[in-house]
Design a protein around this ligand. Sequence first.
Ligand code: NAD
Length: 467
Amino acid sequence: MPTRSPSPVPVLRDECFAVLDPATGEAFAEAPDQQPDELDAVVNRAHEAWRGWRSDSSARTPALFAAADAVEAAEADLASLLTREQGKPLSESYAEIARVAARLRYFAELDPGRQPITDGRPVHGEIRWRPLGPVGAIVPWNFPLQLASAKFAPALAAGNTVVLKPSPFTPLATRMLGSVISTALPKDVLTVVTGREPLGARLASHPGIRHVTFTGSIPTGRAVAAGAAGALARVTLELGGNDAAILLDDVDVERVADRLFWAAFRNCGQVCMAVKRVYAPARIYSQVVEALAYRAKTAVVGAGLDPDSEMGPVNNAPQLARVEGYTARALADGARAVAGGHRLDRPGYFFAPTILADVPSHSPVVTEEQFGPVLPVLPYGSLDEAVEAANGTCFGLGGSVWGTDLDRAEAVADRLECGTAWINHHAELSLAQPFAGIKESGVGVAGGLWGLHGNLRPFVVHRPKEA
Ligand code: NAD
């Protein structure tokens, strides 16, 4: 029987844990601390519900559209709760919820179709697509609702049922979302469970789960894959990133600076696909550093519920300590904090938007994932050097190239070792595109038709052409 690890969230009583408001650091609510052994009954019910849900694909489309309508009808309550527990500005919470509804509708209409096998034999061969069974979905705290929908929308549309576990830092909006969506779905088709570890570990290794879809850090991803291996369940992992942005020497710095800054600092930098390193030509290095530092110094940081706030707090105390540690180490390594570099002197988990110049390339803020409001800017001599540095980590989620000559920028983007590359912007994803990190950033493909297929298995029928 696994034992519980020290809790990153305060335990109130045996059955509940506290949920903190990152803007104050104070508890404002509690969530059920479900025990791992409760999962047996939850997964059994998900399996029972699957029998009906998988059999009637024509009922799934209207049900998922109704679910999207229900999400939109509840957006004000969902958004304020999401901001309260996650910290992001309210406008970002609304955008996150809009994405959930859009994704439900997108997958509701996506049809995997049937494909003939044409190989000249005297039989008709046809590929049909079947759901897998109960899917276990485990998500982090940075985009609790949006990332949950990236898992449950394709899984449900494919005819699976879903057991969803949010992070214990952000359990409440997901619980509310589960209740809202469940009003449009048959019972037990989508179940939200909340609790501390080892609840996620048990879900990942549960023998009744046929696909484990996980978003989170690389170390936890490894543990999830190992757990799922015991049940020989399918695994999809969306893991950490350390995306580089390469500025070319013809870039119009003032024109791109806002976009570049927010590509790094949206959601307080807690985005898997945020710009986490900037490489600028030595000739314009100071100009780039100054342009970003100006935006860092003038960004309005405050509680997400304050309509003036452009950037909220870091979500939780351990993450704040991590961000602070990366910054301190970079400064000890010889970096300069041209903006920020410290916590804000106020309650809550606020860290000043930080631009680091003259950072040695071996400093962990460059080689690892800071996942917070700290951005190292590095100079480069030759373009080959910049591309090599951008590709020189264990990560491979996204990357971007910024310049005026789009053909030249695209030629550089083509050399990036990652799943998605952008020119003159970053981290804007289409629902219809495949989303896949390479190297240690992920296993499997989410998004678009590929994400639907990640939740389906092929079933092939051969039939003679003549009796
Ligand atoms: P995390 O790995 O600590 O936790 C993610 C989830 O796993 C949480 O729900 C957590 O409770 C659960 N968990 C913890 N231990 C577990 C275990 N042993 N078995 C199963 N589940 C377990 O990650 P985090 O700190 O919540 O999120 C930040 C990380 O997520 C960053 O590395 C970020 O890059 C990554 N992320 C990746 C993507 C992507 O799409 N690639 C998107 C968002 C975030």
